[in-house]
Design a protein around this ligand. Structure first.
Ligand code: GLS
Length: 801
């Protein structure tokens, strides 16, 4: 892409301001500046995108298509500027003009088209695919409303619609000429043609126009621009509603609802029909397009489709892609079942992101039939053929056929369909991939072990270090140069500074500065004044019982009670920072948010505490807020019940910014611990084997711990008595834990959690040691760059060259 001197960039900015915004540098607003910068960038992106497409066609490379119901891309301006090589010049020009670059960039609305880790992972992956120069596009839905905006009113979460498209979204290009029709519902009839083959015809279907909006995905310093294609549902213009305007309006609204909003659910089943329609809408529009482009681009028979295309499905949500590709290959391209199946099973690869039973998607047969009866027929046949194959080829598994079946008890099991129809099944961290093989999908592993593999998640170091933490980036560049920008594993070069006191002090200074920035954000957002010299202890992620925010709060209650018992007690001052959205219908999760606020209210205003503990809840946790939080974190709370967090990615973001993990041996924490060594991480709690063992064989009695352990009882009783809220405000939480025998092992892990905090705080007293731990985490974090992850997907699964 073109490089600009400061003068050239400024001139270009002036031109854009005049031509696009009808204003001048002298009297421009931040909004004008933002759009003018986007326009400069967009010119560069479009140019590079044309070149990328041209080279790809010439080279006939295999393409990866990443299908996901979620892309949590956040803001793009800084990351696009960085990748295009324009961030420094843009920052300098804006600063010289007396403008604050951060303020200008904050004109962009976060594109919150995802719930949490799964959606953010998809966004990081696109960045890495482009930055490594691979041909790969993302396909998702252009939700009119993204993940809800969280407001807290009197400690209670309120959800507001996320109107992110209120202003023009500068990065997208509507491509109406590439729109396709997606058909829902209706009936199917079949007849036998002259060759004795079945021919299927569809009747009375509802046709929806899928309109693509393309967002360029800019590679880092390599002139590559891939695409994220987001589909929007519209009423086709040729639909006649018999001249009835009201009918047409209603019809239009019904259709547009398909891409109306993102389901605000993370890790729980969402049994809504609309969600199912969204899934089919995504896969049908995408796969039709891929086939069409394949035929146009290469003059090859469709039987070679899989040689040029691989489809990675991000969890089971796009699994209908499997029967949809079968449908197109058979009903539209005229292939027989076996030929079509052979192509499909060489095209699809499936990533599993959770083992939580309630999150493994299951859809009633009647609903799948209603979405598209032909798709159901194909799923049914996939199931029958698969069961027959197991019966014939694996006699030892005959009594397991009912468990393996894709359809059982009138329910379609999406993960089973995904496994049967894919050539690769991967988990997202080493431990998680083992659990999948040994437990969740053990029967499948026994018959198709070759499909199973692990690809530990990663995060893009460009966004999560280079743009989010310029202070640290600068320090690292000074120390080891900038080779790590393209090869993040080079961060290990920082080992040279492990005993360098002056470097370690500079590292601490950078952290302090980042804490000051976050302190200001906290003050602006909550009015709470925190001390930048206190330890910033951070837990930011979706609110879910298995993530155990409640354990964190119980510990804070314990500390508070210790201070009340003995006000002169010496404790290391700490600021506990939370950020978390709860699914709107998840009552217990919302109660936990309320509890955090009540505890904050009491603790922050108690004279006995004397500012030694502060509790802060930052509302509306999103990508942009995360970019302020990660660089300032010192303790990274990753305290899920072992075995339940598939990977986690916030753990990687904080590690990369020098926080030390305090967590369980769960998800990717296990690999973090291996890399940094046990002495550079604080591990506590049950192991995953212990948890699974209790779950399978019983033997855990929460009530007994509660009755006999004073520390546990003291913290739990605070929920029941009126210490943090009148009218027994937290009775629900108290009884929820005890009457369900504490399914997330809060009480079992409580003491080791309290103790590990004591260890961590004792360690913190030794500044040099702490800075060394922090450095060790940073220098090992290159392993968790999504560049490493994508390299592994590209080599092992996608076979890209
Ligand atoms: C998730 C897992 O819960 C996370 O542990 C994981 O890091 C993420 C990306 O693989 O996927 N699964 C899910 O449904 N939502 C997630 O964030």
């Amino acid at each position: 892409m073109k490089t600009y001197s400061k003068t050239e960039f400024r001139e270009r900015l002036e031109m854009k301001l005049t031509n696009k915004r009808n204003t001048t540098l002298e009297d421009t607003t931040d909004t004008d500046l933002f759009y003018a910068i986007c326009s400069i960038l967009k010119d560069e992106i479009n140019q590079a995108s044309v070149e990328t497409k041209k080279t790809n066609i010439e080279r006939k490379k295999r393409q990866i298509n990443y299908l996901s119901m979620e892309f949590l891309i956040g803001r793009l301006i800084e990351s696009n500027l960085l990748n295009a090589g324009l961030l420094d010049v843009c920052n300098e020009v804006l600063t010289e003009l007396g403008r604050d670059p951060k303020k200008v960039y904050s004109e962009e609305n976060d594109a919150g088209l995802g719930n949490g880790g799964l959606g953010r992972l998809a966004a990081c992956f696109l960045d890495s695919i482009a930055s490594l120069g691979y041909l790969g596009n993302g396909f998702g839905i252009r939700y009119r409303y993204g993940l809800f905006e969280q407001r807290i009113v009197n400690g209670t979460q309120i959800e507001l619609p996320d109107n992110w498209l209120q202003e023009v979204y500068p990065w997208e290009t509507r491509k109406i000429d590439e729109a396709v029709h997606v058909n829902f519902g209706g009936e199917v009839s079949s007849e036998v043609d002259e060759h004795g083959n079945f021919k299927f015809t569809y009747h009375n279907q509802e046709t929806v126009l899928a309109v693509p909006y393309d967002v360029g995905v800019v590679g880092y310093d390599n002139d590559v621009v891939n695409q994220l294609r987001l589909w929007s549902a519209e009423l086709p213009s040729n639909i006649i509603d018999h001249g009835n305007y009201k009918n047409r309006l209603e019809h239009m609204q019904n259709v547009e609802r398909i891409s109306g909003f993102l389901y605000p659910d993370d890790s729980t089943e969402e049994g809504r029909f609309l969600r199912l329609k969204q899934q089919y809408f995504l896969v049908s529009s995408t796969i039709q397009t891929l086939i069409k482009q394949f035929k146009e681009k290469y003059d090859l028979p469709v039987t070679q489709f899989h040689e040029y295309h691989c489809i990675q499905i991000n969890d089971t949500h796009p699994t209908f892609g499997i029967p949809e590709l079968m449908r197109i290959l058979m009903d539209e391209e005229g292939l027989g079942w076996d030929e079509a199946w052979s192509i499909v099973t060489k095209t699809f690869a499936y990533t599993n992101h959770t083992i939580m039973q309630e999150a493994l998607e299951k859809w009633p047969v009647s609903q799948v039939q209603k979405v598209n009866p032909r798709i159901f027929m194909i799923i049914n046949e996939i199931n029958e053929r698969f069961c027959r194959e197991v019966y014939e080829k694996h006699p030892e598994m005959r009594d397991k056929i009912a468990d393996l079946a894709v359809i059982s008890n009138d329910v379609v099991h999406m993960s089973k369909l995904a496994i049967v129809g894919s050539f690769s099944v991967n988990g997202v961290a080493a431990l998680h991939s083992e659990i999948i093989k040994d437990h969740t999908f053990n029967d499948f592993y026994k018959i198709q072990p070759e499909k199973f593999n692990n690809k530990t998640n990663g995060i893009t170091h460009r966004r999560w270090l280079m743009t989010a933490n310029p202070g640290l980036t600068h320090l690292i560049n000074e120390a080891i140069g900038d080779a790590w920008h393209k090869s993040p594993q080079e961060l290990t070069q920082l080992m040279r500074y492990y005993n360098d006191e002056s470097f370690l002090n500079k590292l601490a200074d950078v952290k302090l500065e980042n804490k000051r920035v976050l302190k200001e954000v906290i003050y602006q957002k909550t009015g709470i004044e925190v001390d930048e010299n206190s330890v910033f202890d951070v837990q930011v992620k979706r609110l879910h019982e298995y993530k155990r925010q409640l354990l964190n709060v119980l510990h804070i209650i314990y500390l508070y009670n210790e201070i009340k018992r003995k006000p002169s007690i010496k404790i290391q001052p700490r600021t506990f920072i939370f950020g978390a959205k709860a699914a709107p219908s998840y009552h217990i999760a919302k109660e936990i948010i309320k509890l955090i606020h009540s505890v904050a209210q009491v603790v922050n205003n108690d004279a006995d505490v004397d500012n030694r503990i502060k509790v802060v809840f930052l509302e509306n946790y999103n990508v942009t807020l995360a970019e302020d939080i990660m660089p300032a974190a010192e303790i990274s709370e990753q305290i899920s019940t072992a075995s339940m967090e598939a990977s986690g990615t916030g753990n990687m973001k904080m590690m990369m910014n020098g926080a030390v993990t305090l967590g369980t041996m769960d998800g990717a924490n296990v690999e973090i611990a291996e890399l940094v060594g046990k002495e550079n991480i604080f591990i506590f709690g049950l192991s995953s084997e212990e948890v699974i063992n209790y779950q399978n064989n019983g033997g855990y009695q929460a009530e007994a711990i509660y009755q006999t352990d004073g520390r546990v009882k003291g913290a739990m009783d605070a929920l029941k008595n009126e210490q943090f809220g009148r009218d027994f405000a937290f009775n629900d939480l108290y009884y929820h834990v005890l009457t369900n025998n504490d399914p997330y092992f809060l009480l079992k892990d409580f003491n080791s959690y309290v103790d590990i905090h004591l260890t961590a705080m004792a360690t913190y007293q030794d500044k040099k040691k702490w800075n060394q731990m922090s450095l060790m985490n940073i220098l090992k974090s290159g392993q968790f760059s999504s560049d490493r992850t994508i390299q592994q997907y590209a080599t092992d699964i996608w076979k890209l060259v």
